[in-house]
Ligand binder design. Structure first.
Ligand code: PLP
Length: 306
């Protein structure tokens, strides 16, 4: 059963198109293209550049829309996603230029009048205290002006993820170890890259403060590191913090995007609990995992459990 009115399928390749056609052509579709515009806080999350694994390469877009039409699909739109967490508006205006040009070419060359244009997600957020916020009003004006001037498109979609949820979440992690080694002072906390992988994976900055010492000034620079067995396991580097002691609670800000969802059980560590704070009241919304959860899906072959 296909809920034709409520759903459409956004296809990323010719092979997906052919595979879907074997199942049904009775569903609206759109295509993700590779616009040749990349953005992001790290190269690892830039998705729209030429040669990327994502989307239909520019030189195949017209043929792909034509093939979809021949197969009998109702092709409704065009989509691109340049990447995640870039802090400038240029990639959005650039990608909208590319999408508008393709909307017109698809109408002229394939005779398909598209209904919507989706320019993806990727709006960056301030992670550092003095980072500026993205000027969304300016962005909205630039984009809608271009779309109205260049095309007949009336429906514009965007897919912001990080922008909506990033600053909603603070990771609280306990100091379990204090160590001085050479010139460095280490604060060992009980959350590592199993809980928040962004620093280890992208060298991302997350602002940290000591939740039980908010009113105390920083007295020394610390490395805030996790319990994972790799030297790349860190939360914050070279941060001025008050005198640290075991039991202190380190608050790691902006953990709402790509935080819990990228967490893992690496080093056999159960995942953390999640608590919703609503009008000063704390509500548990996800239980802390326990050791049972680590082997819940494991199967011991009968021959080994005799
Ligand atoms: C296709 C697509 N759209 C939207 C997003 C959301 O990106 P962001 O959280 O940067 O807004 C992603 C993230 O990976 C994505 O792959």
């Amino acid at each position: 059963v296909y809920m034709v009115l409520a759903y459409r399928i956004n296809l990323d390749s010719r092979s997906e198109l052919e595979r879907l056609a074997k199942i049904t052509t009775d569903i609206p579709i759109s295509f993700r293209i590779t616009p040749g515009v990349a953005s992001g806080h790290s190269e690892k999350v830039m998705t729209g550049g030429k040669g990327s694994k994502f989307g239909i390469p520019m030189n195949q877009v017209i043929d792909t829309y034509a093939r979809a039409k021949d197969l009998g699909f109702d092709v409704k739109g065009i989509h691109a996603h340049t990447g995640s967490g870039g802090m400038t508006t240029d990639p959005f205006t650039d990608v909208v230029d590319v999408l508008c040009e393709m909307v017109n070419r698809i109408e002229e060359e394939v005779n398909i009048k598209l209904e919507f244009l989706d320019f993806g997600g990727g709006i960056g957020v301030p992670y550092r205290p003095h980072d500026p916020e993205a000027d969304l009003n300016e962005l909205a004006i630039l984009i809608t002006d271009t779309i109205q001037e260049e095309t007949d498109i009336k429906t514009v979609a965007l897919e912001p993820g990080r922008f909506i949820v990033c600053d909603s979440t603070v990771l609280l992690t306990k100091c379990v170890d204090i160590k001085e080694a050479g010139m460095k002072k280490f604060v060992g906390v009980d959350a590592g890259f199993n809980t928040l992988i962004r620093p280890a994976m992208y060298d991302s900055y997350h602002y940290v403060a000591v939740a039980n010492k908010f009113n105390k000034a920083g007295v020394a620079k610390y490395e805030v590191v996790g319990p994972i067995c790799e030297s790349g396991d860190y939360i914050a580097h070279d941060r001025a913090l008050p005198e640290m002691e075991e039991g202190d609670i380190v608050a790691v800000y902006c953990g709402g995007a790509y935080g819990f969802s990228m967490s893992s059980n690496y080093n056999s560590r159960p995942r953390c609990a999640e608590v919703l704070v609503n009008n000063g009241e704390a509500e548990l919304i996800r239980e802390r995992e326990d050791f049972e959860d680590l082997w819940r899906h494991q199967i011991v072959p009968a021959r080994l459990s005799k």
